[in-house]
Write a protein that binds this ligand. Structure first.
Ligand code: UDP
Length: 236
């Protein structure tokens, strides 16, 4: 039995990739079949996808570019990822709709909050592309916005790390996993779960909860839906 009625799933771009390949299709198909199981449990599922497997607006060669152009490239990367995952969802037997914050009518529906809510309540999976549609944001801010607009019960942040740590565990061996933290504490401590604007939106609008966990085992998605306390619980 699922403990949530409507959720927003955030998939980082990195979580879709393997080695130097942009997509690990085994992983993409596995995630799609799990979203199918979520849907069959009666859960309404919205999805925001990043673009870290393709391009990030402030990293590597992007740092030498005009920031607006670099971010536009990042947003386009999210469209590629949404089209890819939507295809896998359809193959898994779901009705999947891509809505884009930047109008791209031939590829995706323009984002429309009321239409998206309707799609969700009629059992379609909605993939939200282009984050907020603006440069100088990340897809985490897109997650916060869509979570508020879709009135979700929970945000599931599936990452390539198993939760929020006191410091970067790759750099600091003494870093420990935080099980439970408020948005304002996470913001004050500068923890890298979401960017500051995303935290501020979640705190101000009392997004009921964000659970951060690892997608190394995609079954974790179902564990979270069943109420497991894996990863980190972030809340108002
Ligand atoms: N991006 C943007 N505005 C948004 C969302 C994303 O400009 O509202 C761009 C930005 O350049 C970012 C890239 O898209 O680096 C990919 O998003 P993100 O870094 O959040 O991807 P993730 O790390 O989740 O894979």
């Amino acid at each position: 039995m699922a403990v949530y009625h409507r959720i927003l799933l955030k998939l980082s771009g990195e979580a879709l990739k393997s080695g130097s390949d942009l997509f690990d299709f085994e992983k993409v198909n596995e995630v799609a079949s799990i979203v199918r199981r979520m849907h069959d449990m009666g859960v309404e599922v919205g999805i925001v996808i990043g673009a870290g497997n393709i391009w990030r607006g402030r990293q590597g060669p992007a740092a030498n570019m005009d920031a607006v152009t670099a971010d536009q490239m990042g947003m386009l990367g999210t469209v590629i990822n949404c089209l890819c995952v939507a295809d896998a969802l359809r193959k898994a037997g779901l009705d999947a709709i891509v809505q884009s914050a930047v109008d791209m009518n031939r590829f995706a529906e323009p984002f429309n909050a009321m239409a998206a809510r309707r799609h969700l309540s009629e059992g379609r999976v909605v993939l939200f592309a282009c984050g907020t549609g603006n440069p100088f944001f990340s897809t985490d801010s897109g997650v916060a916005l869509r979570a508020i607009e879709m009135e979700v019960d929970a945000v599931l942040m599936a990452k390539n790390i198993d939760g929020v740590y006191t410091a970067d565990p790759m750099k600091d061996p003494t870093a420990t996993l935080i099980k439970d933290i408020t948005y304002t504490d996470a913001l004050a401590r500068g923890l890298k779960v979401m960017d500051a604007s995303a935290f501020a939106l979640c705190a101000e609008n009392k997004v009921p909860m964000v659970r951060v966990f690892g997608l190394d085992d995609p079954e974790n998605l179902l564990r979270v839906l069943e109420g497991s306390d894996i990863g980190t619980f972030v809340h108002p």
